[in-house]
Every structure is written in C-alpha cells, then in structure tokens.
Design a protein around this ligand. Structure first.
Ligand SMILES: Cc1cc2nc3c(=O)[nH]c(=O)nc-3n(C[C@H](O)[C@H](O)[C@H](O)COP(=O)(O)OP(=O)(O)OC[C@H]3O[C@@H](n4cnc5c(N)ncnc54)[C@H](O)[C@@H]3O)c2cc1C
Length: 496
C-alpha cells in the first residue's frame, strides 16, 4: 500500500481530475481529513482528498530535522499568533498534516471536559458511552501503546524529578508500532501517522488524492458545491480549476479551516473563538549526557497539577536548543560545547484567553490573533516555577527559561524571588495545539456547526478537524479530534 503512495508522488492530477464528479471532497489530509476520507471511501463513496502540502515519505526526511521543518511545516514553522504577548505556533502542511511531524502522544479527552462541552455548547448524543467506542477504534487503528523498552533519559528525568517531589508522572502512550516490517530500530518504533494508516486505507478503498493543491474558495452551485483549487505543477507554475461535489468536508486544521470558510463568505461563529494551550519552555543542563544519537521526544508528562497546568518534554536537538536560547547567549555557548547534557521541557496551561482567525484579501496566510489573559500569565508563572523546581530535583545544574531577563538559575534557592505574573512582553510563548475555531453543538450563540459538524444553514458542508473542539481539551488533542470526527462521519453515513 505504501507503494501506491510512492507512485503517487509527483503525479499531479489536474486537467484529468477537472470535470470529474465526486460525492465528497475532503479538504486537508491531517488526522481529521484522512480519517474522514477513509471512512467515506470504505463506505463506497467516490471521494477526493485534496492537500495543499507535498507528499513526503516518513523515511525520506529525518524526524525533528530542519529539513523536516522546511518540507512539512507551514511556512517552515515560522508562524505566530499576534497579540499583546506573541505566541509562536507550528502546524503541519503536507500529506498527513500534523500527524507527520508530531510526537504521537495520545490522550482521550478528559471526561470533565466532555461534560463541560456537552452542557455549555449543547452537544447532542455526546455522553461518554457515545464516544468510548470511537476512542477505542482509533486506539486500535493507530496501535496506541506504551514503549516496549525504557523511555529516553531526558524523559526519565521528568519522572525522577516528579517522584522526588511526590508528584504524579505518567508515561503517555503513543501511536507507534514496534513490530512493523523492515523497522530498523524496533525499540524506537514507527510513528503511525496518516500516511501509514488511514491514507493507504482510503486509497485502497478507491479514494483519490491530490497533493500540492490548495483549495482557494467554495461556491454553492444549485444543489452542489464547486471547489476552486490551485495546483502547483512540478515546474513551479500553478494551475487553477474547479471541481464539483455533493458534500464538502473542510479539514484544514484550526487556522486554515476558518480562513477558507471566511474567504468563501461563510462567517457565522467561524474563526472567532480560537483556543490553544499557551506553553512556556525551559532548557535544562544536566551534569551528564541525557541525549543519544537518535532524537527522541520525552514520553513522560507530569499531570499532578492538571487541569491547571502540566509538564512534558520537547524536541531536543542543537538547532531547537539554539532557538530557545536566543535570549541567553551564554547558554548557546555552553550548549555548543556539550549539547547532549541539555534537555528542553515545557509547562503547558489550558488558559482562558481567546483568539481569532481572519482572512486578509490578497494574502495567502490568515491573520491569527490571540490574547493571553492576565490570569494566564499568573498561571504560567506558577507552572514555570514548579517545573524549575522539578528539574532541579531531577539533578539539573542550570536552567534557562524562555523569558527575557529571567535566569539562568543554578540553584533552587535562586527561585525564591519568583514573579507572581510572567512579564507580558518578555515571555516567549509557543503552542502546537490550536483548536475551537468552528465549535460544534446546538448552542447557536456559540457554535458554527451542529452537534455532528454540519455547518449551520449551509447544506452538505461539514467541518471535521481540530476546529470542532469546543475549547482546548487540556491534553494533547489528536485523540479527541479523531474520536469526534469518527463519530460525526459515522452519523453522516447513517452508521450510528
Ligand atoms: C510539532 C507538533 C507536535 C504535536 N504533538 C502532538 C502529540 O504528541 N499528540 C497530539 O495529540 N497532538 C500533537 N500535535 C497536535 C496535532 O498534530 C494536531 O492537533 C492535529 O494534527 C490537528 O489535526 P487536523 O486534522 O485538525 O489538522 P492538521 O493536522 O493541521 O491538518 C490539516 C491539513 O490540511 C491542509 N490544508 C489546510 N488548508 C488547506 C486548503 N485550503 N487546501 C488544501 N489543504 C489544506 C494542511 O496543509 C494540513 O496538511 C502536535 C502538533 C505539532 C505541530
């Protein structure tokens, strides 16, 4: 099946595709889009899956490398949400979307979060019992499991620090397969991204896929939708054309889905309620090496203080350290000498801030705005302080927080003068979890779609991605996105 994808690379179906009639067009091939296309195709629908980014085989580009950022990240990873405190964010832009670049850490949506969404947003048929079969199916299909061997040393440091302080820490299961054929490093496993799971299944069931093709606009024509597309040819030129379909599933992710809908004139409750997990990093130096030749992201998280905040580990390569140490020139020098002794860690909050996504006529990228609240800056301060204490308890000898003018800290006593609130402009926040720009439910004051992702007052138009989540889930979101999308597509197909 991977063979089909290999052959597909570089084959751009434009003029031959133009004029075809599809029952459904799925826009965007991340976890939401790939799962949608697969379920529709397996139910016998004629489906076209359209992806703006390129198809890049997983083994072609090193995980967590700069090359990966150039080829698979939107704008090479240089994307920001503007506001009084800037939040940098990254998103996938390739066949498979974010699933091709993420860490694979899996959580079900916490029950109290589902409960809150059900009541505030008035979501029908959204009891735990409605969702559990979908979590279970996704866990099976993605082979969600714990690592068969020991976790990386940088991950064990989190666990060590937490247990010394009496805090709860857990190894988070991931969508990795350890018994895959031709897997040269069985202990590390193979990430079960969309190009390894739902996309090959969708293609085997007859779904067609066009990569390097951006959907520019949607028009309603009689009883069908016309989808305006622009395909980049291999010689760099572009071809614009339109394809019609009965049903449209918009799965471009939490920033691109509202941008596409808004530039198509569909705006009610769309792009007004961006949520994210504001995250602050700290780079820790230990006295002995904690990084090996193989870049691996920590699999432990400390959820002792959840839902207020949680800690985990980030990508730890010299390039990523250098970026995080921009405000600590002394740290860069030290890191260049002994980078294997360094680890990147984060404190993540749910936050009560909110943002927006707006299409700007003439510009390809939407304007993303997010306002970090004063309460969030206080919570982040508390979270960062606890994380620093944990890292010292784990044996760190130097800590560099991503806050201009703060640190480096070399002893736990130096943490005593800690600010109650992080400084608004000097704090470098980031996020990899964007959600909630088209919330679902029957509460028409808040929601863009009904309880099953149908855009209000727009026949045969559906959203099926991170945008549907009513708020940020407080945990890594892909598990929530996939369970909800699976539930909604089955409802569309009349299977529930
Ligand atoms: C570095 C990183 C690490 C992460 N780690 C984890 C993790 O460990 N666990 C977890 O649960 N989550 C993680 N996430 C988050 C997770 O990957 C995302 O929440 C998830 O991928 C969102 O899925 P989606 O289908 O909504 O959209 P996306 O995955 O963003 O996919 C949308 C796709 O649609 C395409 N597209 C957009 N607009 C158009 C258009 N107009 N025309 C055609 N195509 C379009 C995009 O190019 C993209 O490929 C991580 C994210 C990142 C970036």
């Amino acid at each position: 099946m991977d063979e089909r994808l290999t052959n597909f690379r570089g084959v751009i179906r434009n003029s031959s595709t133009s004029g075809d009639r599809f029952q459904s067009i799925v826009i965007g091939s991340g976890p939401g889009g790939s799962l949608t296309a697969c379920l529709l195709a397996e139910a016998g629908h004629k489906v076209l899956l359209v992806e703006e980014g390129p198809y890049v085989r997983q083994e072609e580009v090193g995980s967590y490398s700069i090359k990966e950022m150039e080829t698979k990240y939107r704008d090479g990873g240089l994307t920001v949400a503007l506001g009084p405190t800037t939040v940098s964010y990254v998103e996938g832009r390739c066949v498979g979307g974010g699933s091709e670049i993420n860490s694979g850490l899996y959580h079900r949506t916490p029950l109290e979060v589902l409960d809150r969404w059900r009541h505030e947003y008035k979501i029908d048929s959204f009891d735990d019992a409605d969702l559990i079969p979908h979590f279970e199916a996704c866990e099976r299909d993605l082979r969600v499991s714990l690592m068969p061997g020991p976790a990386p040393a940088s991950s064990l440091k989190l666990n060590e620090g937490a247990s010394r302080l009496g805090w709860k820490s857990m190894e988070v299961p991931r969508w990795y397969r350890y018994d895959a054929p031709h897997n040269r490093a069985p202990s590390q496993g193979v990430r079960q991204s969309m190009t390894r799971t739902f996309i090959p299944r969708a293609l085997a069931a007859g779904c067609e896929l066009i990569s390097d093709t951006r959907v520019s606009k949607l028009h309603r024509r009689g009883t069908r939708w016309s989808v305006g597309m622009k395909t980049r040819r291999l010689d760099g030129s572009a071809n614009s054309y339109a394809i019609e379909a009965d049903n449209i599933f918009v799965c471009g992710g939490a920033t691109q889905t509202p941008a596409l809908l808004r530039r198509s004139g569909i705006k009610k409750n769309i792009g007004n309620s961006l949520r994210l997990h504001p995250t602050v990093k700290v780079i820790a130096r230990f006295s002995t090496p904690i990084q090996s030749n193989q870049t691996m992201v920590p699999v432990h998280q400390v959820r002792e203080f959840a839902p207020r905040f949680a800690f985990g580990g980030s990508i730890s390569t010299p390039a990523h350290f250098a970026l995080s140490l921009l405000d600590h020139p002394g740290g860069v020098e030290q890191m260049t000498r002994d980078w294997r002794c360094f680890g990147a860690y984060y404190a993540m909050i749910s936050g009560d801030g909110e943002g927006s996504v707006r299409h700007v006529p003439g510009l390809p990228s939407p304007l993303v705005h997010y306002k970090v609240s004063d309460t969030d800056l206080a919570t982040l301060s508390d979270a960062l302080l606890h994380l620093c204490r944990l890292l010292f308890a784990a044996g760190a000898v130097e800590l560099y927080p991503s806050v201009v003018g703060m640190g480096p800290f070399r002893t736990v006593d130096e943490l005593e003068q800690w600010p109650a609130v992080l400084p608004r402009r000097e704090t470098r926040l980031m996020t990899i979890h964007m959600t909630s720009t088209c919330p679902m439910g029957e509460n028409r004051a808040l929601c863009a779609t009904d309880s099953f992702g149908r855009v209000f007052d727009r026949p045969q138009l559906y959203v099926a991605d991170a945008s549907l989540l009513c708020t940020q889930p407080g945990v890594n979101p892909q598990g929530s996105i996939m369970a909800i999308v699976r539930r909604n597509v089955q409802a569309f197909l009349g299977q529930v």
